[in-house]
Ligand binder design. Structure first.
Ligand SMILES: C[S@@+](CC[C@H](N)C(=O)[O-])C[C@H]1O[C@@H](n2cnc3c(N)ncnc32)[C@H](O)[C@@H]1O
Length: 306
């Protein structure tokens, strides 16, 4: 495998990988734009901002928006009046536009942009946010400088779904455990094993190789907070979320990935989905805020431009 050396190569790999991933992204990750998806993103925004969420925001900017999971759902949930959703991958941007049109959600603008070089005037947004994006960016200092520039004074930043270094290491345990029990699990469910990409399918084989190269950071909470503070943000807070829910989720997702998708019974999918939601609540009520942020899988960053 070729090593990725420069920031430009990282951006290029991210663009190519996500361009290929765009058409199957929503199915692969179970992205929902209905009640469940809206409740999930709203829950994260409430957790991040608490009372500061107030009546919501007028002008939102999303970086690394993918197919629109956060931005579109926040507009649908009524906490954002309008949003500009950006992504470096043209494939993702066009899929996001299609999703917004299909759902009939207006006030969503989709634009191609590198998060480290935002094509917007100073002070043009009230909130800037992202989900599972910071760990793909080669130059975080540059990105946070840009976020600071395009936010109006008093504007907020919210980032969710960023992997913590310790949480990422712990998550390898359920992933490995799933690999060990997968043959038994498939036998019990009478599910055939997944077949790999066909030899003629160069696009998908290449995408699989790139997958290893796009995730370039897993964060220590204090380091992430330091980057935001150095860019000029105030009231910076990094907390951890989802512990048991993530172990459960990774274990099940790793099992499922070993079976042909059509062969995983609906009853199993329902169990995995509801189990995840239940553990998410348990994490929030019993563990988050009590245990150190570093051991959770996901980090949630907030701050504001003074
Ligand atoms: C893991 S996906 C998350 C997508 C979406 N936020 C979600 O939660 O479903 C990461 C996204 O970041 C985008 N991305 C990667 N590097 C980027 C960069 N330098 N600038 C903007 N977007 C980038 C990718 O194209 C991809 O759509």
């Amino acid at each position: 495998m070729q090593a990725v050396r420069s920031a430009d190569e990282i951006r290029d790999v991210n663009t190519r990988y996500h361009d290929v991933a765009a058409s199957t992204y929503d199915t692969k990750w179970g992205i929902d734009f209905g009640e469940v998806g809206q409740a999930q993103v709203l829950r994260k925004l409430r957790k991040a901002l608490g009372r500061e969420l107030g009546g919501g925001f007028e002008r939102g900017l999303e970086i690394g928006a993918g197919t629109g999971y956060f931005g579109i759902n926040l507009v649908q949930a009524g906490v954002l009046r309008e949003v500009t959703c950006t992504d470096i991958s043209p494939g993702m941007v066009s899929r996001l536009g299609e999703n917004a049109r299909r759902l009939g959600v207006r006030r969503v603008r989709a634009a191609r942009a590198d998060a480290e070089s935002l094509p917007f005037p100073d002070a043009s947004f009230d909130i800037a946010f992202g989900h599972a994006i910071l760990h793909h960016l080669p130059d975080l200092e540059l990105a946070f400088g840009e976020l600071h520039r395009v936010l109006r004074p008093g504007g907020k930043i919210v980032f969710a779904g960023e992997p913590s270094r310790v949480g990422d290491q712990i998550a390898s345990v359920p992933k490995r455990a799933a690999g060990l029990v997968a043959p038994l699990w498939r036998t019990a469910l009478r599910a055939a094993a997944a077949t790999g990409p066909s030899e003629g399918d160069h696009g998908h084989a290449a995408a699989h190789a790139l997958e290893q190269l796009v995730d370039i950071h897993a964060f220590v909470p204090s380091d992430l907070a330091g980057i935001a503070r150095r860019a000029g943000f105030a009231g910076v807070n990094v907390r951890g979320e989802e512990l048991l829910a993530n172990w459960f989720g990774w274990f099940n997702r790793s099992l499922e990935s070993t079976a042909a998708p059509d062969e995983v019974p609906m009853a199993w999918r329902q169990y995995a989905f509801h189990g995840y939601l239940w553990l998410q609540q348990l994490d929030e009520r019993a563990l988050e805020g009590r245990l150190p942020a570093a051991i959770f899988y996901n980090l949630l960053l907030t701050g504001s431009r003074p």
